[in-house]
Design a protein around this ligand. Sequence first.
Ligand code: THU
Length: 128
Amino acid sequence: MKNKLNELIKSSIEAKKNSYSPYSKFKVGAAILTEKGNIFSGANVECASYSLTICAERVAAVKAISSGESIFKYIAIATNKKQIAFPCGACLQFLTEFSNDLKIILVKSEKEYKIFEMKDLLPKNFVL
Ligand code: THU
């Protein structure tokens, strides 16, 4: 598991290289480890019409889901800033759709990261 998490963290750092963020210059990379043990990564993609921007977490999630994998165990998130960044509320809500007990790894570097539980970052999610 430790090796898999190291791989996941590296994937999130690698993914942020493909961030398209000419407006905010805030690069985000996310990598999801699915129940089947596969990794799907993504980066934030911005748009001149700002509100159409898609966060890295949701890009990674839709890649996994549209590849047939919709149960998530871990997500690692890396940015180009020195401090760790928490995922936005919209991404937390979106991710709760695909896991009850998701663990969120906020990455500073390959060796420096913190692991949080979804239930601590979003104690109550919207349900229909
Ligand atoms: N962003 C993410 O990719 N994930 C988040 O959880 C919050 C924000 C992106 C969106 C935008 O491209 C940039 O960060 C600044 O808001």
